[in-house]
Design a protein around this ligand. Sequence first.
Ligand code: HEM
Length: 566
Amino acid sequence: MATVVNGSFASPLANAHYPSTGALHSNGLFFQLYNGINAVSLLMSGLLMLVLYDQFKYIWNKGSIVGPSWKAPFVGPFLDSVNPKMDKYKAKWASGDLSCVSVFHKFVVIASTRDMARKVFNSPTFVKPCVVDIAVKLLRPQNWVFLDGKAHVDYRKGLNGLFTRQALETYLPGQEEVYDKYFANFVETSKNNDGKPIPWMPQFRELMCAVSCRTFVGHYMTDAAVKKIADDYFNITAAMELVNFPFILPFTKPWYGKKAADMVLDEFSKCSAKSKARMAAGGEVTCIMDGWIKSMQDSEKYRQKIAKGRTVDPSEKPPQLLRDFSDFEVAMTVFTFLFASQDATSSASTWLFQLMADRPEILAKVREENLAVRGGDRNQRFSMDILEKMTYTRAVVKEILRYRPPVIMVPYKAKKAFPVTDTYTAPKGSMVIPTTWPALHDPEAYPEPETFDPDRWITGDAEKAVKNWLVFGTGPHYCLGQTYAQLNLMGMIGKASMHLNWEHHVTPLSEVIKVFATIFPQVRSHLGILALFLVVANQYSIRTTALWSSQSDRERSPLLTAWYLK
Ligand code: HEM
């Protein structure tokens, strides 16, 4: 019987458990608790595994280079990337030739020294430029700036002709027209404001946008469209944060940025159609878009002659045979020029005006030189000859760009494992960021690097430090617009010195750096301390506020412009 009760040859102990197994029936409370604990512990173990994997991956990727010994689970120093601080960047650069950080899933290697930075810039086999994900959505994935290797080199060759000395000279009258208009506006705005402080930084952004649009697309765009682009461009910059949602949610920064980008592309497409018609009718080239479209049309004419079997004199062959680009393709490319220039030139022009005001002895020399190269006539229009004679003004612009380089870092991405040094290989997929600041503040190349000293470019050895001059990058992606950008800044400050006077009300924050894509003077603290610009033109005395912005200003960006322009 006992055998029957036990029902098996199992041990008494096993049998003794039999009744309690009944208590664990799937409907039982204990069973449910037990299952619950299992689910929670499974989840916890899973999470723990992920945290460990995240840490392990970080430590593995970090290898021998400097960096935090562990990362905050998953997010890493995410908040630092949302509100970047110059001091933290400087500390990072000082921490080692190569250092690292990991934000979310992105492993980032920072190349700080001149030689490390140059190594990255000059390693196109291993790296390609990397923009934040949202930039691809704004500029469109098929944009030429995302090309790599030979495709990039070939495309770029077709654009080189737009930035030659001869081509740049063609754009000068248009640029000067914009300066005439905006300088008069500056005076008028200040006069209308009875000399009371008004924000100034947005005026520089608008000015730079207007000069760019005039240079890139001539008069094909209305003043109202230029103004709208200048106003809305802020949203494009604001959308460029390192970390954004992978998709565009309505009413977020990327959403506003995308709307602004669509509007710019639409405007540029319309300009392209107008330029094509005008160039086909034999119009003069007055802007970059004209120049490019004329080259396309000349190439087509040449191809047709060849196809028809005509004998063509070799001199008729265009330097670059271009295919025909659609209006949208033209718009995308011209948008990259605006994209590349707007923040950088806004940064440079803000520093330029501020530092000139704070160093009147330097401004006086700029004035003296500008009057001299104009043969004593301050209304003389600028030409390439005049600009090239401005040795001191050029030195001032170079020193501004060295002292406050607009682009402090250029993100690249490792296409494959990248042996940056003998002992360290950046993993495939990591972001590798060459920095420009340390090379441009290297005391061996630029003695007393924290001093703003234009003379170092004339009587000093600064020109010899070619390898340190990373303001415009180096290697296959070096800045396409570098000559144009410098001449433009020289022309602007030279002309301003001929027609305006301005004064800066210095605050303790004036030369503190605010990082917002590029770098700007931190002139307003979170407490709302204001730095003032006092602009005096002829008989007018004008006060304005040079303002760049706390985090909250950025958040309010769509409203800010209206407020600025009151
Ligand atoms: C002060 C103003 C400017 C600064 C500091 C600046 C700086 C830079 C830097 C650091 C790069 C990356 C270079 C590299 O990866 O090696 C770059 C690329 C570029 N810049 Fe500029 N830039 C300025 C103005 C302009 C202007 C006015 C234009 C256009 C007219 C322009 C067009 C470009 C383009 C198209 C690229 C990408 C080139 C490529 O990928 O092949 N930039 N710039």
